[in-house]
Design a protein around this ligand. Structure first.
Ligand code: DSN
Length: 425
């Protein structure tokens, strides 16, 4: 398979789309990607994702499909399933979810009746929209109650509060997981509380799946969690997609399969499933384990620089791949201003609300950033410390055009030292 000729094809036949892809390739290559949920896939993942498997309809599951011609798609899906189970030490995997939101919806649909209760982390304390934000479909069907951090300065979860909520609301599912939380969770406590109230335990590990696969962070299954949902494109470094893992309960796994298809999805995206299989194969290697550990070391190096500059971090720092910094409280720069000015110098991250934020979500007090993507490019601790210095220098000089130009040149020079692993333009 020759990816170059494919792109020459686009270049010659559809200049408009080609130019947009080429522009994005340049942006990804010359800028520094600090959005903690983004990453760069390998050439092999990209190849599988761009393969002719996109032509195939495969409703159903391996060995029981509704359309003919499945001899190769079955191989691909079985490989993805068995590799996922080996990687995360569980018995069942559904690799069909198109992304994290449908994966979470499918678990709710599989295990809850309308009106049933889920206890998850509050969005403003690091949880995710799909854990019950009022504007989402699940929140219109099910009842969500939330727990919070005990103290945003340490990041420790309020486990007494969580237990009290569980005893009061008797949730069917207790959900651990986050998209903007920098500390580790005490999975044992979650499982203990769930057992007290007869709840199923679900971990949404979308952000940290790669860190768990690489054994840099602990696996919730080790503590008896029932279900894990995840995306496959963040730290796991696979294609854009989702996955649901069930530790050992076959009845739950069967309900989840039915909830995905025919419940909420139609034909699986077999090209993406092939790319997931390739990514899971990569995640089993020693090189990936080293990558996962380096992500954490790099985040610590950035934490040090933020500490040295007296910039407040929610949770006081990080145990994982991300940092949530209160730039409004510490530097008087809003999250939106920070995101915009950093884009100007070639650093991409996202504005983010922080616990107790007095500002609005579209112009919050915080920024969220992390190290998965730059670690893939080969950045080590000293490089990440330099990035953190440049980031802070930019915020301190947000109106100084000359200074920003100087920083931008430094960012391009730094980025050019670390090529992105795969791009077909
Ligand atoms: N959008 C993802 C993130 O950035 O955390 C979560 O869905």
């Amino acid at each position: 398979m020759n990816t170059i000729s494919k792109v020459e094809g686009i270049q010659h036949r559809d200049q408009e789309v080609f130019e947009a892809i080429a522009g994005e390739a340049k942006r990804q290559s010359e800028g520094l990607e600090l959005i903690p949920s983004e990453n760069y896939v390998s050439a092999e993942v990209l190849e599988a994702n761009g393969s002719i498997l996109t032509n195939k309809y495969s409703e159903g599951y391996p060995g029981r499909r509704y359309y003919g011609g499945q001899e190769y798609t079955d191989v691909v899906e079985r490989l993805a399933i068995s590799r996922a189970c080996e990687l995360f030490d569980c018995k069942f995997a559904n690799v069909q979810p198109h992304s994290g939101a449908p994966a979470n919806l499918a678990v709710y649909a599989a295990l809850l009746e309308p009106g049933d209760t889920v206890l998850g982390m509050d969005l403003s304390h690091g949880g995710h929209l799909t854990h019950g934000h009022p504007m989402t479909l699940p929140a219109k069907i099910y009842k969500f109650v939330t727990y919070k951090m005990k103290d945003p300065e340490t990041g420790e979860i309020d486990y007494e509060g969580l237990r009290a909520m569980a005893l009061e609301h008797k949730p069917k599912i207790i959900l651990a997981g986050f998209s903007a939380y920098p500390r580790t969770l005490d999975y044992k406590k979650f499982v203990g509380i769930a057992h007290e109230v007869g709840a199923i335990t679900m971990a949404d590990m979308a952000h940290i799946a790669g860190l768990i696969a690489g054994k840099a962070l602990e696996n919730p299954f080790k503590y008896g969690f029932d279900i894990i949902t995840t995306t496959t494109h963040k730290t796991l470094r696979g294609p854009r997609g989702g996955m649901i893992l069930t530790r050992e309960n076959e009845e739950i796994a069967k309900k989840i399969d039915k909830a995905i298809f025919p419940g909420i999805q139609g034909g699986p995206h077999m090209h993406t499933i092939a790319a997931k299989a390739v990514a899971f194969g990569e995640a089993k290697t020693q090189a990936f384990a080293e990558y996962a550990k380096q992500i954490l070391k790099n985040a610590k190096a950035m934490e040090e620089v933020f500490k040295k500059n007296n910039i407040r971090m929610i949770g006081g720092g990080t145990d994982n791949h991300l940092i949530l910094a209160d730039v409004f409280g510490s530097l008087g720069v809003t999250g939106k201003e920070a995101q915009t000015v950093l884009d100007e110098v070639g650093i991409t991250l996202n504005m983010n609300s922080i616990a107790g934020d007095t500002r609005k979500p579209l112009d919050p007090s915080g920024i969220r950033f992390g190290t998965p993507a730059i670690t893939t490019r080969g950045f080590k601790e000293a490089d990440c410390a330099l990035v953190a210095e440049l980031l802070i220098e930019t915020l301190k000089n947000k109106d100084n055009v000359e200074k920003k130009k100087e920083i931008h040149d430094k960012i391009i020079a730094l980025a050019n030292k670390f090529p992105i692993p795969s791009s077909f333009v």
